[in-house]
Structures are given as C-alpha cells and as structure tokens.
Write a protein that binds this ligand. Structure first.
Ligand code: AMP
Ligand code: MG
Length: 400
C-alpha cells in the first residue's frame, strides 16, 4: 500500500501549468496573480497632507512668526496654492497636495482662526510634520505586489490605485466533480431510510469555489457501461476529474475498472491512511488527472484538502508553508495507518494554536465536520500522541 508521503510525492509530480488569462480586477479575488503589479506613478504622487489645518513655512515659525494670514483654502484634489510672504498660510485639508512654498502643517487643534488670521497655540512644531512625502511608499515602476501570490482585498485596492482594471492571473484547470452511487438522491428529493442525499459534490464544489475555481458536477449511477461512457466524455473535456465513491471493494464499485479500460494509468490505489484508504489516483495519456476519492463524506473532504488542494496550489504557483498545532488531549490510534484526526482549533492568547480532538464516528460521520476546523496528520510510526505535542494540520475553516 502507498504511504501518505508517497501519495503526496506522486501527486505533486503531476503539477501542471494551465497558462494565464486576463480578468477584470474586481473579479480577481482568490485568484493567483501572474504578473508583478507596479506603481504607475510615485505613491503618494505628491507631498500629501495628513491632517486638516494650515500649511506654513517652517522658517517663518522659526523666525518668531506666530500669526499667519490665510490666503486661501485647499481641499484634497486641487492644484496647490503657493504663499508668497513668510506670514502667509493656506488652510488645507487631509489628502491635499502641499503647496511648494510651504513645508509644515499645523493641525486645526493647534491654531485659533479669527478674521482670516491663524494664530499658533503651540510652540511644539517640527519641520515637515503631518506630511506624507511623494514616493515614500513606492517609487514609480516599483513592484507593489509580486506575481505568484493570492489576490486579496489589499491587492484589489492596489490594482484600483495603480489603474489596473484588468489583471493577468493564473488560469485554473477545468474540473468536473463526479459523484457515484445508486443510493444517492437529489437534494430536493425525500430519500427513503435506505437512501441519502448527495452532498459530496456540493462540498467539493464549495471548497473549490473558495479558490476561485468553478467546477462542473455530474452524477453517474453504479452501472459499468454508463460509468465508462461518462468518464470517457469527461476525459475529453476537463483537465482534472474528481470522483467520489465507487472505488472500494464493493460489488458495485465500477470506477477503477472503467478508468483502467479508458487507459487512465493507475499511479496508486489505496493509501495507508484513515479516513480515505481506498483513494485511487491516475493520469491519462492526454494529461488529464483523475482523483478518485472514497465516497464517505469525511474521506472525500480529507482527501480533497490533503491532496487535491496542494496539487492545485502548486499548479498555480503557490507554495504554502505547512501549518502546525499543539494537541490539547492525548490521542491513541493503533491501526498501522496514518490517522487524520478531526480537531477543533483555538488560537490562544500566548500565540499557540491548540487542537482539541473531536470524537467522530468514522468516515461517514460528516455531521462532525461542522464542529471541526482541521484534520491533524498524526505520524504513521506512532500510536500514542500526547497532549502538548505538535503536529501538522490541514485547516479547512478560518481559524478562530
Ligand atoms: P462508496 O465509496 O461508493 O462505497 O461510498 C461510501 C458511502 O459514502 C456511501 O454508502 C454513501 O453513504 C456515502 N456517499 C458516497 N457518495 C456520496 C455523496 N456524493 N454524497 C454523500 N454521501 C455519499
Ligand atoms: Mg458507492
């Protein structure tokens, strides 16, 4: 049987680049930037005032002048008004461009204005105060956001600031999620006590959607010809196929046979792990990858996070650092399998991430996923995992 480490190595050996595409910047959230974003001009583009008040010449203050004639008022967005005499000043608002003949701002709180004269109420004035100098943040042409990073709201803000209405992003693979199983009914149907509503394809679709990937879904019955025909069509249309169910030892598990007949080379079948042991992975000659996960919802969910997402991230140029957490309770797990324990995470005030195991009832217990934040990957060689020991985690929710 393949180990988790081997399975990961084989999958990451199948990383592919799917090219790039240009998308409107507003639609680019969650995608991966494929170009460096550069400043189209200095940031800020002028000596920008950071307080409402008056603009003066520091030399005038230094020479003992404490009352200034207001020669004009400047909101943000207008060309600067210059002063000509030492005892002149300009009333000026936050965001306005500093007049070239002034060099210091005195905030409203430190002046009294009467009959067009601004009198200083303080002698604690520093030359150049309350000014954000031109180019202080970035110089024209400088990289403001490098390629190969996820586009966050801060990137959207930066793209808007530098006038990039279209962004070059990594193209995502075309993915289809295929659920299998005659016991599965539509969400809108009322199942008999022997049936279940399909949920895996929606779970997978939702996770991929969080990565900006909009996958198609398809359901196929437990029937060998139909299984083969449908998978064959998908092999011609998609870059990656995610299957759930139909890959175990059951009499109605037709997926491995269909894949074999369709010349999808099996790279491994069965991984030393729980949940998700029956996982099947292969590649078609055309380059299409097939991730066939066991149907149990927790197995599908775990395999998706442990194998598919890292493959997807690497394929779009993202190399995430592993995350770790400290166990809050002892765990004993004796089978010779790598255990993916469901855990609840808590970020403590000392900066430690604590993981509390969530008691599950096997890989079919998907109700547990609601109370769980991550899978904790416990090493194969051990069977006792002690409180306070630190292990790798695969989070699937925002950490609270
Ligand atoms: P299988 O891997 O096909 O043997 O499926 C194992 C079990 O997982 C089935 O008996 C179902 O209860 C459940 N299952 C399989 N596929 C799905 C699905 N798409 N949605 C929800 N449950 C599923
Ligand atoms: Mg099945």
């Amino acid at each position: 049987m393949t180990t988790v480490a081997e399975a990961e190595k084989i999958i990451l050996g199948q990383i592919k680049s799917y090219g790039t595409e240009s998308v409107p910047f507003e639609d680019a959230i969650g995608r991966v930037l494929a170009e460096d974003l550069t400043a189209d001009r200095d940031l800020p583009p002028c000596n920008r005032v950071t307080m409402d008040g008056i603009a003066i010449s520091y030399a005038a203050f230094e020479s003992g002048i404490t009352a200034f004639n207001i020669i004009g008022t400047m909101p943000a967005g207008v060309a600067p008004i210059d002063i000509t005499k030492p005892n002149d000043c300009v009333e000026i608002m936050t965001g306005a461009a500093l007049p070239y003949t002034t060099d210091t701002i005195v905030r409203y709180e430190d002046v009294e204005i009467k009959n067009g004269i601004a009198t200083l109420l303080t002698d604690k004035i520093t030359k150049g105060q309350s000014i954000h100098y031109k180019g202080k943040d970035k110089k024209q042409g400088e990289i403001v956001a490098p390629a190969n990073e996820y586009i966050t709201p801060a990137h959207i803000s930066m793209a808007a600031s530098v006038g990039k209405s279209m962004l070059l992003v990594k193209k995502l693979p075309r993915v289809v999620i295929i659920s299998t199983g005659d016991e599965l009914v539509n969400v809108t149907e009322t199942p008999t006590p022997y049936q279940v509503r399909r949920s895996n394809s929606y779970a997978v679709k939702a996770v991929l959607q969080q990565h900006g990937l909009f996958a198609d879904t398809l359901h196929i019955p437990d029937e060998p010809i139909e299984t083969r025909t449908q998978i064959e069509k998908c092999l011609a249309q998609y870059d990656a196929i995610i299957l759930s169910g139909g890959i175990s030892m059951g009499k109605f598990d037709y997926v491995p046979q269909a894949l074999e007949e369709l010349k999808v080379e099996k790279l491994f079948h069965k991984v030393e792990q729980r949940p998700g042991k029956p996982f099947w992975f292969g590649a078609h000659l055309s380059g299409v990858l097939v991730f066939a996960f066991p149907g149990n919802p927790v197995s599908t969910f775990m395999c998706l996070h442990r194998y598919f997402l890292p493959w997807l991230e690497r394929s779009v140029g993202i190399f995430l650092k592993p995350a770790y957490a400290q166990l809050n309770e002892n765990i004993t797990f004796t089978p010779p399998l790598q255990y993916f324990a469901q855990v609840k995470l808590k970020l403590c005030k000392h900066g430690h991430l604590h993981a509390t195991p969530v008691e599950g009832h096997g890989s079919g217990d998907f109700a547990n996923l609601i109370d769980t934040d991550a899978f904790m990957e416990l090493p194969l060689e051990q069977s006792i995992f002690k409180k306070d020991e630190v292990y790798r985690i695969w989070p699937f929710k925002k950490i609270m």
